[in-house]
Structure formats: C-alpha cells, structure tokens
Design a protein around this ligand. Structure first.
Ligand SMILES: [Cu+2]
Length: 353
C-alpha cells in the first residue's frame, strides 16, 4: 500500500492515510474491477459466502419525471467489487453497483413510483427511504433474489435523507454498502438559492472487516470515508473510498459561495462535519429550510442525519473536508476543495509528501 502524508498545518498535525483512486465519471460507466485483485483479496477475506463469484457491473440509476408531481425511480440491488483503499477490494452489497448508492433527487411533494430489481442471486434486499412516509411492513419489504418489487410513496418533506436496505440483519446490509442519499428539493427553494455558485453532495460512510456482523457490531471501522455524487452531468461521482476526494478534489473559485448537501450514512458513527478554513454561514439541519442556523463551525450529523451547509471561500488554496473526530481522519475521512483563481484545477498537489 502506498502511504501519503498530508500536511495539515492548521492543527499542526500530520495525518497519514492510504490513498486510493476509484472515481467514477458521471458520464460513463464506472470502471470495471480487476479480477486478479479480487481473487487475491478473496484468499484473505473471511466471508464472501454465496457471492464468491459474483461481481455485477454497475447499472445506471433510472429516474424519469412522469408528471409535475410524480417520478418513476428504478434501482437495483446487486453485488459489485469496490476498491475501498489501494489494493483492498470489497465485494460490496450495493444499490446500482455504487457504495454509497446513486443520489436520487426529487422535489418536495413528489409521488415516487419505485421499482427495486434484486439482481443478487442469493439473498433478499429492500429499500427504506427516510424521505418518505410509509408503512415499513408493506412499503419497505424484502424483494427476493432475481425478483422485482414495486412501491409507491410520497416525499413530502424537503431535505437530505438517507436511504438504505432494511433487510435483516439491517446492520450487515448497510455496513456492506447498501446506503445512499435522496435529496428532496424544497418547493420554495432555500433562501440563498440565487447566491450559490457551486454545489456538491458529500456522503460519509464507514467500512469494517468484510461481511463480519461481529465486527460491524462490536468493532471499530477500519475506514471512514467521504464520497461525492454527481448532482449534474459532468460532476465527479465517486464511491466511498479512501483518498477519493483528495486525489480528485472538488473545485471552486475564489469568492465562490458553496453549498454542500451532506449526509452521514454510517452505519454506526456520528460525523462532526467541518470544512477547514471556513465557517458555515448558513446551515439547514437535515436540509429542511425551516431548520436554519447561522455561523456554525462544525455540524453534528447523527447516523443517517443530513444537512445543507453554505460558506464562502475567500482565498486560493486547499480546504480539507473532515469529520472533526480525528481518529476517523486517520482512517480516510478527508476530502479536499481546491480553490483557484479561475475555478479550474491548476495541477498543484492537494496532499504534500
Ligand atoms: Cu440488502
């Protein structure tokens, strides 16, 4: 494994982390994984079980607006290898072959006609959208292997919401990668909509020993990571991998007012979400415009919790995104916003050696 050293002078600490590059371009299919690495990884991993020889290529999210207040959303449950740190392949249980799964963006009040296609040949999966009012015993039920489930519900509260597989044991399904974010855009927008120059989605999640419920339950995460999902065509779209948002930083221009939709999908840890070198001017807890706070240094995100944070970058440079629980930073929880004169990547290193 290659170790890089990030100089983090603001706190006069040096943070070691393992770099990995596993970005997915939003405009093309995510990269295919390397079978020889998976075989090597399988020899040391403890429990692939019935998924031993399964590695299903990512399937793009299908979302189609069928009327002013109605969308059709189609997702898959599938098994897909993801390189969570250099050389460490994880046979993830996923939605659509991404972990976290693809971002789903709808509008407040939308009726969602949801289809879940379970491509997993061996175990059931399901979908629990925190964004909707539903009867879990009917609307979040298991979909059997190689079958599809159809569900309808309404997203009538705005915000940044977690979704996850709710099949028992839920912890195994979430920790193995079945989590993601739905953004329900407020019907009247956010107060600063006209002043925002750039917006990104940042998701925090943890990884543990492979498919090990004992470790999920009583252990500590081996990695804590940030990812981003493309909110529009051409934006970066990554899995939750160590170093993903350092090797390929988010870009901004001096003076930009930036909005981050943030979501901590856990499964177990709290996030103390902070961007070094700035103060959040405006924060909307869980992304609801009603929950408006100002002048916040660190936003606490419970497991599953979300927020919208807005801030201005006033100087050129690299702004680390962290959870201020610094033991998690050493496990990968750092991303980078690179601020340049023109908002383009100037090629300078985001992590010093
Ligand atoms: Cu599942």
């Amino acid at each position: 494994m290659r170790l890089k050293l990030l100089s983090y002078t603001f706190f006069s600490v040096m943070i070691f982390f393992i770099t990995a590059c596993s970005t997915i371009s939003s405009s093309e299919n995510p990269q295919q994984t390397n079978d020889s690495k998976i075989t090597a990884s399988a020899a040391t991993s403890n429990n692939f079980g019935p998924h031993e020889n399964v590695n299903q290529p990512p399937v793009p999210l299908k979302i189609e607006r069928v009327s002013e207040n109605e969308v059709n959303v189609e997702m898959t449950a599938q098994i897909t290898d993801i390189e969570i740190s250099k050389g460490n392949m994880y046979k993830a249980w996923t939605f659509n072959g991404e972990a976290p799964g693809p971002v789903v963006v709808v509008k407040e009040g939308d009726i969602i006609n949801f289809k879940l296609i379970n491509m997993d040949p061996s175990i059931p999966h399901s979908m629990d959208f925190h964004a909707v009012h539903a009867a879990p015993s009917k609307d979040f039920i298991d979909v059997m292997p190689n079958e599809s489930g159809f569900f309808t519900y309404q997203a009538n509260k705005p915000g940044v919401f977690m979704y996850h597989c709710g099949t028992k044991p839920v912890l195994s399904h979430i920790a193995n990668g079945m989590h993601g974010t739905m953004i329900v855009m407020p019907k009247d927008g956010y107060p600063n909509d006209g002043k925002i120059n750039r917006e990104f989605l940042i998701i925090q999640n943890e990884w543990y020993k492979y498919n090990d419920l004992e470790d999920f339950t009583n252990g500590v995460p081996s990695n804590v990571v940030f990812s981003t999902k493309a909110l529009k065509e051409g934006q970066l779209n990554t899995n939750g991998v160590v170093g993903g948002l350092v090797d390929t930083p988010l870009l901004a221009k001096v003076g930009d007012r930036i909005r981050l939709y943030v979501n901590n999908v856990g499964p177990n840890e709290v996030s103390s979400f902070h961007v070094v070198g700035t103060i959040f001017d405006d924060v909307y807890i869980d992304g609801n415009p009603f929950n408006h706070m100002k002048g916040i240094q660190t936003v606490m995100l419970p497991a599953s919790g979300g927020a919208v944070v807005e801030f201005t970058v006033t100087k050129e440079g690299n702004y680390p995104i962290v959870t201020h629980q610094f033991n998690h930073v050493t496990k990968g929880a750092v991303g980078m916003i690179k601020v340049t004169k023109d908002g383009k990547d100037d090629g300078s290193a985001t992590a010093g050696h």
